[in-house]
Design a binder for this molecule. Structure first.
Ligand code: MF3
Ligand code: CO
Ligand code: CO
Length: 254
């Protein structure tokens, strides 16, 4: 396992990439309304990233992924492919944006609702959000990756939801998905010891029902096996001596 430590100069580039990824999510929120198609959201993000930001949408052609963002609606856990599906009132959608700027990646996702959110979907989104932040707050040089997974798992299961096991957070830098794997479950005090200069994502996927997932025949779309709702939030974070710096904060600091 090779975990890269970013130099001060590389950290600056990660800050820029992270800011751009967050800016895309800040920009797209107003377009998430009943009647919009996920393909339209993809086209708007693609245009913003390539024309306004002069950056590269990392998912496009990544291992054959056909679009520039991931849009995961309702029981879709992650890696939903934007297309002709239109959102209806109450639909929950995770929009996951990764941009490459000056050779470095910024990766972040948030939940959005078309119209008013349902109570259950809102609770699920809130638990995923709070789980992500509890995990992030564990991060500091000298702490362990297991500390992150443990607090997320405890929080999610306390609310009687479940943590997806098959997909995890990751190191990130010049490479989209690099070591280490950041599990969203586990035991405190176990796993990799963190060092200042590491950059990684925390991105728990939380299911309202059981944890099991299924991959659709398109080879990308991951859904809950029991068709329960799923929610996810993601930030890219820099480990510092005293704690962490979130590189993908939005204007409202979510
Ligand atoms: N952005 C996702 C992540 O958080 C990865 C998407 S890979 C893609 O790691 F190919 F589906 F875009
Ligand atoms: Co990620
Ligand atoms: Co992502």
């Amino acid at each position: 396992m090779t975990v890269t430590i970013k130099t001060v100069d590389e950290q600056d580039k990660m800050r820029i990439a992270g800011r751009l990824a967050a800016d895309v999510l800040d920009m797209i929120g107003d377009y998430v309304k009943p009647g919009v198609s996920t393909g339209e959201l993809d086209r708007i993000c693609h245009r913003h990233i390539t024309e306004v930001q002069q950056a590269v949408p990392a998912p496009l052609n990544y291992r054959g992924f056909p679009k520039s963002i991931c849009t995961s609606v309702n029981h879709v856990v992650c890696h939903g492919i934007p297309g002709e599906r239109t959102l209806k009132a109450g639909d929950a959608v995770n929009i996951d944006v990764t941009v490459i700027k000056d050779g470095f990646h910024g990766d972040t996702s948030r939940m959005f609702f078309a119209g008013k959110s349902g109570i259950q979907a809102q609770r699920l989104s809130d638990v995923a959000f709070d789980g992500m932040w509890l995990g992030i707050k564990e991060l500091a040089a000298g702490k362990f990756l297991g500390d992150v997974g443990a607090v997320i798992q405890q929080h999610v299961e306390k609310h009687r939801f479940s943590v997806v096991r098959e997909y995890c957070g990751h190191g990130i830098g010049r490479v989209f998905h690099e070591d280490p794997q950041v599990l969203h479950y586990g035991d405190a005090g176990t796993g990799l010891k963190l060092k200042a200069g590491m950059t990684l994502t925390v991105e728990p996927m939380v299911n309202a029902g059981k944890a099991a997932v299924r991959l659709l025949p398109d080879g990308w779309t991951v859904v809950t096996k029991d068709h329960s709702l799923s929610a996810q939030w993601e930030h890219t974070v820099l480990i510092t001596e005293t704690g962490y710096e979130v590189l993908t904060l939005g204007v409202d600091h979510r």
